[in-house]
Design a protein around this ligand. Structure first.
Ligand code: SAH
Ligand code: TRP
Length: 338
């Protein structure tokens, strides 16, 4: 598919192409999301705005924290089962949504390379620097690999994912990022993703964090070193920089708790005192009462049944569920029912 005129294409020796759909002027969603979110009766912001360059660095640090088990658990599943996933799918291409540094994806790319099927990797991420870096690193490390990077929003730009060729494709959505959608939006999103897949030929590889002891869950989102707290406050810094706002990030406390009824982690920022914030670019003045909370993210946790039901509602049939030895995290393969 052709990029719009404003997209940037970089072809080095033909193995890397990066198309950006987030050129200035197109990326108005921060302004709209902030206007919507901060004028709601219960203030909230969508999570994709955490990930500027600093946010991406902080997320990397989160993945190394002793409390943040999901990255290690998901990685261990890949290490144990990548060869079998390569065999079961015969995939020549991986399209990865929210690819980040693609650190874990390397395990899978290696398995496809060993099976002799690996041809193309299509990372999709809002953070341009990450897409470019992983394109450079992966083409250097995997001889003959083509990378077609997409700098874009996976909620709005899936139509720009290139057409699948003859070989089977895997669409990977790792890290439990699917949990950041509310239940209805999650099913709607999975339905969109299913449209990238051919029944019986292509597979969705989905990483989902599992319901477990609330203390373990809460620690994963409220680490002792305070990295997650910094990450959470980073969204205020993004709004200050991009929209000229005057949030005092340090005046907001990080709050993370497991909602036992809805079975999701909820992340909030709590105003430590009354505050008035101006957001000139939006012509918006916002008041916070002392202890008022702003919701910044949910991270839903799954049971196998919830996973099956969500996939089924999106027209996807589960073909395999793999978990790590401690049963903390699940990776599943599914294909459209056709
Ligand atoms: N897949 C990696 C990173 C997970 S963090 C892992 O498993 O470790 C979530 C990633 O999704 C970040 O890199 C972030 O930049 C990206 N992201 C979040 N919302 C997005 C959106 N709406 N569109 C595209 N990328 C998004
Ligand atoms: N998708 C990750 C998750 O839900 C992202 C994440 C981890 C995150 N820690 C966070 C997002 C803290 C915001 C704040 O596990």
């Amino acid at each position: 598919m052709n990029p719009p005129a404003s997209a940037v294409s970089t072809a080095t020796d033909g193995t890397i192409v990066v198309h950006s759909y987030l050129r200035p002027g197109e990326e108005r969603t921060l302004a709209e999301d902030v206007l919507d979110g901060l004028t709601k009766p219960f203030k909230e912001l969508p999570p994709k705005h955490f990930y500027d360059t600093r946010g991406a660095e902080l997320f990397d640090q989160i993945c190394e924290l002793p409390e943040y088990y999901p990255t290690r658990a998901e990685r261990s599943i890949l290490v144990l089962h990548a060869a079998q996933i390569a065999h079961a799918t015969g995939a020549g291409e991986i399209v990865e949504l929210g690819s980040g540094t693609a650190e874990k994806t390397r395990v899978l790319l290696s398995a496809l390379a060993a099976a002799g099927t690996l041809r193309r990797y299509v990372p999709v991420d809002v953070t341009e620097a990450m897409v470019r870096r992983c394109a450079d690193e992966l083409t250097a490390d995997f001889g003959g690999l083509h990378v077609h990077g997409i700098v874009g929003d996976f909620e709005r730009h899936l139509s720009h994912v290139p057409r699948a060729d003859d070989e089977p494709r895997i669409v990977a959505f790792l890290g439990g990022t699917i949990g950041n959608f509310t239940p209805g939006a999650r099913r709607r999103f999975l339905r969109q993703v299913a449209r990238l897949l051919r029944p019986g030929v292509d597979h969705l590889l989905l990483g989902t964090d599992l319901v477990k002891d609330p203390a373990v869950l809460e620690a994963a989102y409220d680490d002792a070193a305070g990295v997650t707290a910094e990450f959470n406050r980073n969204v205020l810094r993004v709004i200050n920089r991009e929209l000229g706002a005057d949030f005092e990030p340090e005046a907001f406390e990080h709050v993370a708790f497991f909602d036992r009824e809805r079975e999701w982690i909820e992340m909030r920022l709590r105003a430590s005192r009354r505050m008035h914030v101006s957001i000139p670019e939006l012509g918006l003045e916002v008041d916070f009462a002392a202890r008022e909370e702003l919701r910044t993210e949910i991270s839903a946790k799954f049971t196998p049944q919830r996973l099956r039901d969500d996939l089924a509602a999106a027209g996807l049939e589960l073909t395999q569920i793999l978990t790590d030895p401690a049963g903390q995290f699940a990776l599943s393969l599914s294909t459209p029912t056709g």
